[in-house]
Design a protein around this ligand. Sequence first.
Ligand code: GDP
Length: 479
Amino acid sequence: AASIPVAQVLKALMGMGIMANINAELEFETAEIVAAELDLELQLKETETLEDELITELDEQADDPDSLKPRPPIVTFLGHVDHGKTSLLDHLIGINVVSGEAGGITQHIRAYEIDKDGNSITFVDTPGHEAFTEMRARGANVTDIAVLVIAADDGIMPQTEEAISHAKAAEVPIVVALNKIDLEGVDANRVLTQLTEHQLTPSEWGGDVEVVRTSAIKGTGMDELLETLLTIAELNEYKANPDRAAMGVCLEAEQQGDRGVVAKLVVRNGTLRVGDVMVCGPTYGRVRAMSDTLTGEPISEAGPSTPVSVMGLESPPGAGDRFHVLDDIADARAIAGSRADESSRQSLSGVTTKVSFENFQEMLQEGRLGQTEEKVKLNVIIRADVKGSLEAIDKELSKFDHPEVEIRVLQRSVGGITLADVTLASASDAVILGFNVIPDEQARSLADERNVEIRRYDVIYKLTDDIKAMVEGRLKPEE
Ligand code: GDP
């Protein structure tokens, strides 16, 4: 703890019109303002809550390898608008299930489990890569494989590029659905070339990215797409333990008149059953009924990777809130309650630490950055005014060669800094570098909220100098 003369603190408080004595307790909010005044970093003292104990225990409870069974892959569609995400999913559902969509929940994020020759695949269709990354930012990873949908006539478009960045940052396998292949005169090779330019070399050209030619209108390539996904699933051996208390993620939820709260969840591990008690984000409840997300038919249990509509929660949880099944409803209520308090406190203080130029070294030393490989990665997202600037920055960064640090460009694109950039940075611990561009209002406020660092430059060497200075600052002293 810092030692600051009490008088100085009291003086700062007086400056805010608060008369206090030495023993006064301060609201965190007030303390924060005082701290800012005195140029101090303030940290909330961690209190051992019920949540820490119970939920951490559940999260960390390792599954006995013998208890692990194969589970269906969870597949997410990403791509430029109008390239056919919705149509592809509709077609896939249509060929597998006769009845129409039911369940009555407003469809923002769709999630369905489909069957292919006795094997299941769960599809999650998010409204865009922002939603995809937003989930990841909240620690709610619900994707094993990303299907990148690219219309053969348009090829790779700006949002496709963003989707590629988001999928790469999530470090999941990417399968390309080269859609609208039925259109006259489309040139598949052109798109394959573009893919190669984005470091996604098609397997037919010797790379490791499967490209499936599809037509959502004619139904072309559907079997091949499903088979490709199942092959990848087999290679990756996705597994879970169906014999434990369920945990997973809420995709969306709403209050539905007399049905109460209907939440669409995906089970990540364990099996969820009617009658289970759960805590989900800042809410809790007992599962009163469950139904299939596609047919709306009642089901009594949902195993790993299964999407399910659940009734019985007290209030709608948020998209990306994680859920855990607990034994005791009193515990669930208590945890939900403390989280509800927590979230109101957090929104006051906005305490999430993200990587920044200043704290990079510190985080390195504390081992808070992913250090799985030999080099530590500094994730950056680059936005520039024109393509020429991007190329120049790329060229400079490619000269960067450091034995311990690797600069990993998650995304490089032309145009102002957007909300999606900030979401990606927040989910991936990245810093945003803007060259002759500014963030829009939404991006700016989210960056403030999430402590995402945005650095702006108008001279290229300043940008590269900054990176060098930051990295070199962490060089260990010579032995
Ligand atoms: P999304 O925005 O990516 O979900 O795209 P949609 O699924 O809404 O499709 C956009 C438009 O492209 C619609 O008019 C579809 O009918 C059309 N479309 C989608 N897939 C195909 C395809 O394989 N071939 C052709 N010709 N049109 C398609």
